[in-house]
Design a protein around this ligand. Structure first.
Ligand SMILES: [Zn+2]
Length: 277
């Protein structure tokens, strides 16, 4: 298991220096970044992504993951919004390829509450294109927190989505906070066991490619996506101890996305490593 964190950067000139310096300062073995402003529609620049990737590899820290901008909703029922989301997602795939990213994380998005099948088909169409366009980078669907209209929050929904996409290389990113908010009892040993049983039962174990390790600010089943630092939320140290000892996660990368400054981040990575031993 390797441990890292999402490191804030909006791409652009010298973003790679900030990210490399921060990763080293906190003791990360990998990083997740945005390649463009996460709150804007502006596409990442391919040459900047290429430079970023080269500098990152040169630094010799570990794999690089890219997260899609927040605005992207590939399941949107609004045709204009869907088209812009598709375009930004696909340009970001191109940037990931140029930068040699190991994985590109995106959500399957949300449609209207009364059209789950159509929403899933819209998301699947974009994911299929993305998976076919990617060679070095693996496309990873991150499950959501059970919010209204979300295409994929549960493992069952993930299974239906992957079947719809029909691309074997498409992987899954599980976010512990999202799973907990969607109702999975990760705060209890039995709940953790049940999650991995379901993963096996649905034939998803081989698709599991990345974990977002976040504690949860709100109680189990809240359907609210608010991250808390490891051990300080409702999943708690015991829940993470169970998770970090699962053999299914032994070869995976973990990314922290909790609110933390440099000192807190370094401490949190140490906490994760302690819980994992
Ligand atoms: Zn996440």
């Amino acid at each position: 298991m390797r441990f890292g964190a999402h490191i804030g950067s909006r791409g652009g000139p010298r973003a790679e220096r900030t990210v490399i310096e921060e990763a080293r300062a906190v003791g990360a073995e990998l990083a997740q970044v945005f390649l463009s402003n996460p709150r804007a529609w502006a596409a990442p620049r391919i040459d900047a992504a290429e430079r970023f990737g080269a500098a990152w590899r040169e630094a010799g820290i570990g794999p690089l993951y890219v997260h899609a901008p927040y605005l992207v909703n590939i399941a949107s029922p609004n045709p204009g919004f869907h088209a812009r989301s598709r375009e930004l997602a696909l340009v970001t795939v191109e940037a990931c390829e140029a930068g040699g990213a190991a994985g590109f994380v995106l959500h399957a998005g949300s449609g209207g509450p009364s059209e789950p099948g159509q929403a899933r088909r819209r998301a699947a169409a974009v994911l299929r294109e993305a998976a076919r366009a990617a060679r070095r980078t693996r496309i990873l669907v991150e499950l959501m927190a059970g919010t209204s209209g979300a295409v994929a929050s549960t493992l069952g929904e993930a299974r239906a989505l992957l079947d719809e996409v029909g691309e074997e290389r498409l992987g899954l990113c599980l976010d512990t906070c999202h799973l907990f908010a969607a109702g999975y009892a990760l705060d209890e040993p039995d709940g953790v066991e049940a999650l991995f049983e379901e993963l096996d039962r649905l034939g998803l174990r081989g698709r599991l490619a990345l974990v977002h390790a976040n504690d949860a600010k709100h109680p189990r089943g809240s359907r609210r996506d608010r991250h808390e630092r490891i051990g300080e939320g409702h999943i708690g140290g015991e829940g993470f101890f169970e998770l970090l000892h699962r053999p299914e996660l032994a070869d995976l990368d973990l990314v922290l996305e909790t609110p933390a400054d440099r000192e807190q981040r370094a401490r949190e990575l140490a906490t994760l490593r302690r819980l994992a031993t």
